[in-house]
Design a protein around this ligand. Sequence first.
Ligand code: GLU
Length: 301
Amino acid sequence: MVGRFAPSPSGRMHLGNVCSAMLAWLSAKARGGEILLRIEDLDPARSRREYAETMMEDFRWLGLVWDRRVPDQSSRSGVYEAALERLREKGLLYPCYCTRDQLHAASAPHASDGRVIYGGTCRNLTAEQRAGMTKVPCLRVKVPERVISFTDGLQGPYAMDLSREWGDFILRRADGVAAYQLAVVVDDGTEDVTEVVRGRDLLSSTPAQLWLYELLELKPPEFRHVPMLLAPDGRRLSKRDRDLDLGELRKDHSPEDLIGLLGYLCGLTDRREAVSARELAAEFSWDKVRREDIILDPAIL
Ligand code: GLU
């Protein structure tokens, strides 16, 4: 059993990030498995080395220690290019020249969550049309016209027809950087990760990722999408919510206090009391973990 931490070093971790990482760690440790650490620093504009260093220090402080660090995503562009090449050979990749404005035009189809569905404008351009374009394109992968379904280990059955609800999606951005969807599949697939535990916000990306697993002939892991922590107004915590980030929380709380709080909020314990990650692992079971998002009233801190 191999799980992973896959943080994006774009800011200090907040309690929601810690909650997902804690559940990934507990799930692995409760079954004698291994946890990998992979820094997801694909986006050069948002990623900073200092944030990665601080995240590692925060994980250690919390007692969520990883067993093995695998290469940072920023060092793996050659591996992602090789994967793109395989998809190109299958005729499933094409350049897209659409501008932001074109993509977000009022007439563009939208998914139920408000996301724009790519309508396939550049899917069937001729070689001459492509040669006439001046914009640097991104690369998209064609999606199939069928439902992709899987059973999430926490949320249950989930299905999506990518052609209707997602559209052909980007695998390499116009600036040459591999897209998250590609990198995460290539990495989890080649690093032999067997269980992915992450926030519920990524549940809807999973069918797209399963499509890539299929195309790249990689074995998909099991997925467990865990509750998000929400602010009292229903907003998701973000790395910008400085008041719930570890820099602030570490001033007034011990690691056991925060792990105990998260364990209680997730349903692992009946009472809020200080506990170490190791102690919590001894009684961990996915049956206890709640599925629904958690409203975090700052007063509880
Ligand atoms: N790097 C992503 C994040 O920090 C996690 C992606 C994943 O777990 O698949 O939100």
